[in-house]
Design a protein around this ligand. Structure first.
Ligand SMILES: Cc1cc2nc3c(=O)[nH]c(=O)nc-3n(C[C@H](O)[C@H](O)[C@H](O)COP(=O)(O)O)c2cc1C
Length: 251
């Protein structure tokens, strides 16, 4: 069973391609996370968790959901992390999650996909995004083949910098950087469609009396609201102004 969480579609792309190549069933856990749904999931065969990389580890909200959800029938777990650059020492923490779940750890794969962190960086244009996705396809298929054979994934050697990024930098990122205050909406552009609130995996967005979004506690910086907004009415302080938005290309 392949379970994926996504903000802007890259993890969905990777999970669907893995499913097609491996024949494993696939499911999205965004709605379960949003609803705080920890009802048991029945797993037949290997469990494969596909996620974006948030500050050089799997997103904390996925970790917390996994640790609180009975994964019935699962015996082993693979992690497939997609990223704009690299996952550094994420595997170490994924191994700890596997141990806490009582599952055999079968390794972590890194798949480089387009950068989506528009609150921090420029994101690639359509042509470049498609080029990056096409370049990722063979790596995804290789991971699918290893999973199908039941082979463990072997990670790259991680140096001091990688350990620092996935360790103290990750901790500091969640403590000091992930905040929602900078998000705001241009009411003249906002269509009051409510898509941002609907997509927010942490329910950090509510709609006011006029249907405009208001950001509260719990944001995890997934970039779903800002990138899916059909009117590009959402900004993150001044950092996102004038920048293109990112969604995984559909073809
Ligand atoms: C909050 C946040 C943190 C990120 N941190 C990293 C990172 O540490 N390393 C990296 O290579 N990419 C990082 N990225 C980029 C994403 O992991 C990458 O673009 C991913 O493919 C997005 O997947 P999605 O479309 O399924 O949400 C980050 C993106 C966000 C939004």
């Amino acid at each position: 069973m392949i379970l994926y969480y996504t903000g802007t579609g890259n993890s969905e792309y990777v999970a669907q391609r893995l499913a097609k190549t491996s024949g494993l069933p696939v499911d999205c856990i965004n709605d379960r996370i949003k609803a705080g749904d920890h009802s048991p999931i029945s797993i037949d065969g290997p469990l494969v968790v596909v996620t974006p990389t948030y500050s050089w580890r799997i997103p904390r909200l996925v970790r917390d959901w996994l640790l609180a959800t009975p994964l019935e029938g699962a015996s082993c777990i693979y992690f497939v992390m997609n990223c704009g650059g690299n996952i550094a020492n994420a595997g170490k923490y994924n191994k700890e999650i596997a141990q806490a779940l009582g599952l055999e750890y079968r390794g972590t794969a890194q798949i480089v996909m387009p950068e989506n962190y528009v609150a921090m960086f420029q994101v690639p244009d359509d042509a470049e995004s498609k080029r990056i996705v096409r370049a990722a396809d063979p790596a995804i298929d290789q991971v699918a083949a290893l999973i199908s054979k039941g082979t463990a994934l072997v990670g790259n050697k991680v140096g001091l910098l990688g350990r620092f990024l996935s360790g103290p930098v990750n901790e500091g990122f969640y403590k000091h950087y992930i905040k929602s205050e900078a998000f705001h909406v241009d009411v003249d552009k906002c269509l009051t469609c409510g898509l941002c609130a609907e997509l927010c995996p942490t329910n950090a967005i509510t709609l006011d009396d006029t249907g405009h979004p208001v950001w509260g506690e719990g944001c995890t910086h997934c970039m779903a609201c800002i990138c899916h907004c059909p009117a590009e009415a959402i900004e993150y302080g001044k950092k996102s102004v004038g920048k293109r938005r990112y969604l995984c290309p559909q073809d």
